[in-house]
Design a protein around this ligand. Structure first.
Ligand code: DLL
Length: 433
């Protein structure tokens, strides 16, 4: 087994604890002295940097929310003078105001290293051809993986998102071994490959690096089968750096968090109390080495759990289980919590003749929530094969109702009729809002 940085990745718990404690003390000192909103938050609860003696004191610290970044738009949470910021990224949200993040030279270097560690763990080396179809620009996906792959001296193809026919041409001609994009874009590429009359054997792909949105293990199996690759999960968020906060190794058994840089906690989103390892709750991160925009106990809104025990690969880093979804994406239908990932998993498990493309619509009729799930038929079923479609609809209906605990209206629609996505998928229309 080889590692990008064995000392850090395979460090014993006690050695790691010393590093985490030292870094936590540094970052708390840094934000208290340089970020007014943090000084205020800490003063309000009477907490001084000297009260933090080690990583075990982390729960004394206040949380940070996305609203803190919005209220201090654009640079009010930055901890260094503006001329030390060498890169800005931003993500858009529901309120329209951007969440802006800034990086010093060291931050870019550490972010690149975190992505490099992840990519190394799945086999990327000098000369491996890495096709990056995440968007470049203010979104962190493209540039984050670009710098990580270049750090390893891989051969980077910086295609960005869009122009699918050109993507296929480049994938084929440059013989990329690694495809980096959202899982929903991978589905779109699979459809286009078939439409163009290619097969997976026309490509040289071996691995996929898929993230930026939640996706299920069933989706992984579909993509792996269709592209003949191993599909790895990569997790991250711009506030904490971008892609590469955590990534799966070759054992595909949870995303290894680069926890010397980004320290994870799982909290109960209602009581805000930390939860023990293995329990599901909201994922919270503290950045331990960031200079430009250090964040303390940032509430991601992602629901997840830390997998107990150590991975077969020998790394001692904490691992995240598949993210179930964002608390904001959770639909409450007739009082029942429903995650799109539960529906995705039913669709993919149900029948090979059903495609992975779906859309969820929620309406309110006569004061009652109504859930409609449109799912595309696979290309081999003609839309006039009424009996087959009726049988498939019943089968899927039963599977979804039993998984989510409420009835939904399932509609099988013709192949190719639902919207495709180049970046993050948006599969929900909630007309109740
Ligand atoms: O999506 C960074 C990224 C780019 C990660 C490319 C992986 C690959 P944001 O646009 O700030 O950053 O969105 C962050 O996306 O809080 C999660 O809700 C979701 N997310 C990211 N990766 C995963 C994943 C990038 N692997 C938000 N599984 C996060 C589930 C994910 N959700």
């Amino acid at each position: 087994m080889s590692y990008f940085d064995k000392t850090i990745e395979c460090m014993s718990y006690n050695d790691k604890k010393n590093i985490l404690s030292k870094n936590l003390k540094n970052v708390v000192e840094h934000v208290y002295n340089n970020v007014l909103p943090y000084r205020k938050k800490m003063d309000e609860i009477g907490l001084k940097p000297s009260d933090i003696n080690g990583i075990e004191d982390i729960s004394k610290l206040p949380f940070t929310l996305k609203s803190d970044l919005r209220e201090n738009y654009p640079f009010g949470m930055f901890a260094v003078p503006s001329d030390e910021i060498i890169r800005l990224h931003a993500s858009s949200g529901t309120t329209g105001k951007l969440t802006v993040v800034g990086y010093t030279k060291n931050d870019i270097d550490n972010w690149s290293k975190s992505c490099a560690r992840g990519l190394y763990g799945i086999g990327v080396r000098k000369g491996t051809v890495v096709h990056i179809a995440y968007g470049y620009g203010l979104f962190t996906g493209g540039l984050g993986l670009h710098y990580g792959a270049e750090y390893l001296e891989a051969t980077v193809v910086p295609v960005s998102s869009g122009n699918t026919s050109r993507q296929l041409m480049l994938l084929k001609d440059f013989k990329a071994e690694v495809l980096c994009c959202t899982p929903s874009y991978a589905l779109h590429l699979i459809d286009e490959i078939k439409k163009c009359g290619y097969t997976k054997d026309d490509f040289n792909l071996k691995y996929g690096v898929f993230g930026a949105e939640s996706w299920t293990n069933e989706m992984r199996l579909t993509i792996e089968k269709e592209l003949g690759i191993k599909a790895y999960d990569i997790y991250g968020l711009s506030e904490i750096s971008g892609p590469g906060v955590a990534m799966e190794c070759e054992f595909q058994n949870g995303c290894h968090v680069q926890d010397d840089m980004f320290y994870p906690e799982i909290i109960d989103p209602d009581t805000l109390e930390p939860l023990p390892i293995g329990e599901e709750g909201e994922l919270v991160f503290t950045t331990l080495t960031k200079e430009g925009l250090p964040l303390i106990r940032y509430r991601t809104r992602d629901l997840c759990r830390i997998i107990p025990g150590q991975c077969q690969c020998g790394r001692t880093t904490l691992r995240l289980d598949k993210v179930k979804g964002r608390t904001d994406d959770m639909l409450i239908i007739r009082g029942v919590n429903v995650f799109p990932s539960q529906i995705e998993s039913c669709i993919l498990k149900c029948d090979d003749r059903i495609s992975p493309h779906f859309h969820i619509t929620v309406d309110r009729e006569n004061n009652l929530d109504k859930l409609t799930i449109e799912v595309e038929l696979g290309p081999e079923i003609a839309f006039d094969e009424i009996t087959v479609i009726q049988a498939l609809t019943q089968k899927l209906d039963a599977a979804i109702s039993s998984a989510i605990g409420i009835r939904a209206k399932v509609m099988l629609v013709s192949n190719g009729s639902l919207k495709r996505f180049e970046g993050k998928a948006n599969r929900i229309t909630d007309n109740r809002k």
